[in-house]
Design a protein around this ligand. Sequence first.
Ligand SMILES: [Zn+2]
Length: 133
Amino acid sequence: MKSDKQKRAEINAKRKRKAAKRQPVNKATDRRLRPVLGPPVNEALLAPNNSYGAPDFVYRGCYVDRPFRCVDCGKQEVWTGTQQKWWYEVAKGFAYSTAIRCRLCRRKQRQRRDEAQRVHLEGLARKKRAGRE
Ligand SMILES: [Zn+2]
């Protein structure tokens, strides 16, 4: 039968072997090895907003593809990280806005809006002319 001292020595030896097998954790190298999820966020280029917090992509540090369902036609689409970077940093879109329409419905919506604006402005011009006569 083994003595307590022998058992303890065996346990310690086993622990040592296990510790040697374990990879040393280095956070700096881990970060470098982490796969890039999407285009990096440049916070300075975002449109100013009065929010106390920040959108999730600011904390994450990069834009990731976001799947969504179009509110008009119900089609499943992906708002890519590159499109998001353009929307928030180049077009200066509101930081908490997200894509809700597919490409096709977005184009239709834009045409509808432009047409409504044209009709509105024509109406104003007609009213102005009528007022002068
Ligand atoms: Zn759609």
